[in-house]
Design a protein around this ligand. Sequence first.
Ligand SMILES: [Zn+2]
Ligand SMILES: [Zn+2]
Length: 250
Amino acid sequence: MRIRVLGTSGGCSAGCPPSAYLVDGRLAVDAGALATALTLEEQSAVEDVLLTHSHLDHVRDLPLMVINGNRSETPLRVHGLPSTLEAVRTHLFNRQIWFEAFTIPVPMIAALPLPAGEERRIGPYRVTGFPMHHTIETQGFLVDDGRGAVFIAGDTDDPDCLAPVVAAAGKRLRAVFLEASFPDDQAEFATHTGHLTPRGLGRAARAVPPGVPVLATHMKPGHEAAIAAEIRALGNPALRPAHPGEVIEV
Ligand SMILES: [Zn+2]
Ligand SMILES: [Zn+2]
């Protein structure tokens, strides 16, 4: 699998677009930067989008992306928790904010509810949603092509969130993306808003087998350097921040 990191910010600033990942050019996880980071041709090649949850930094580009390419003939398949899909449909595609892509004479979005814990075959991938503790219903996705698996987490404040993922993926786990939103001195605020700091990320990473990279994401704008320094100070060679634009082959 080829995972292209499109955005890793828990907010947005120049050069730091919000959360989005692209697997083999066709399967997206989150849509924060899905239009911003892709050409029209690349956007048209995206067939399925997995949404971890409905917060804006994870769905921001979905309305803009769906008008690009001919989605009337083949709707964009959007997978997520029933509550995630309902929130996106109700609050974004509601005619006031954007057109009703879920329903308009011919739907341009096919909403495919994926309850946490369920496995779904999408093209060559087995995708499993894992529930994650956050301020709203959230999940992370294990994407497995039979040879290797990658886990892309949703937002969470739970430092024990990776154990079930590691148990499910076994030896196929090749990489993990997990958030570290705020520096450690803002741990109280991070917990209050459903997020981890590097300390929590470091604890979570202990569940991951040695040699499997754990890439930190969702840094809040302005805190990237402090978070990166705290991650380095943990002394775990598997841990490092993910960067927008980088490609990881597994
Ligand atoms: Zn977020
Ligand atoms: Zn969130």
